[in-house]
Design a binder for this molecule. Structure first.
Ligand SMILES: *Cc1c(COP(=O)(O)O)cnc(C)c1O
Length: 230
């Protein structure tokens, strides 16, 4: 068995244990494998081990891998910060974008999504812990942005995404993730029909699942430590 296959097995076991402890069905949590900085062969190895959804931070790097792996039926998620001059290749090649944090980006993605493709799945990135330099809309502005994005014809609003600062311990991580879950529930109470709460990474997936994450984005625990920062 390859290292990547074994790591995937370990991560799936971590998710299953976290779901059990939270009285949640393991099918409620999707594993997104974050393959940034790793080559197409690493993705191919993970795909052979049953992994289907992959996350990329850099648009060109992601598009190169998508092109090299056309023979596999994979689902590609753009999870990196998105500049407005990069929206077209994202709209043309990816299945999901997790990092929409202003209406202008969403409008461009909708206008640029090719007619022949299904609507682009979108999460709104929320700056849940108020990090001053971080992307993401303020929690108080999330409802207005979500309503505007939901109205765009070529996008499908699926939920919200967060990247909180590393927390000192499990309880602190749970507390910040619980704020994201409360916002997610509040948006659904407003009728937005969201099914995706994208939160939790290698270090905090247990806390994220405990708090109600429906999609964890895992890089290091699957592919190993990245050689260059991302
Ligand atoms: C790199 C990255 C991840 C994965 O982080 P790991 O700690 O390697 O699991 C998840 N989400 C985003 C947005 C990332 O940039």
């Amino acid at each position: 068995m390859t290292t990547i296959a074994r790591n995937l097995q370990d991560v799936r076991a971590r998710i299953a244990t976290a779901c059990q402890l939270a009285w949640r069905n393991v099918e409620e949590v999707t594993l997104l494998a974050v393959s940034k900085t790793f080559g197409a062969e690493a993705v191919r190895t993970a795909a052979a081990a049953g992994q289907r959804a992959f996350g990329e931070n850099y648009v060109q790097e992601g598009i190169d891998k998508i092109a090299q792996l056309r023979d596999l039926a994979l689902e590609w998620h753009c999870i990196g910060p998105l500049q407005s001059n990069k929206t077209r290749p994202v709209a043309e090649h990816f299945d999901w974008v997790h990092t929409v944090d202003r209406l202008k980006i969403a409008e461009r993605l909708s206008a640029q999504r090719p007619e022949g493709l299904a609507p682009l799945n979108v999460c709104i990135q929320v700056n849940i812990d108020g990090g001053p330099t971080k992307s993401g809309v303020a929690p108080a502005d999330a409802l207005a942005l979500a309503r505007a994005v939901a109205a765009l014809p070529r996008l499908k609003l699926r939920g919200i995404m967060t990247i909180p600062e590393p927390a000192p311990d499990f309880e602190a991580a749970c507390a910040v993730h619980a704020r994201a879950r409360a916002l997610f529930d509040q948006l659904n109470a407003e009728g937005l029909g969201l099914d995706t709460l994208s939160m939790g990474m290698s270090a905090d997936l247990e806390a994220a699942v405990a708090a109600g994450s429906t999609m964890v984005r895992i890089g290091t625990a699957i592919f190993g430590v990245r050689a260059r920062s991302a």
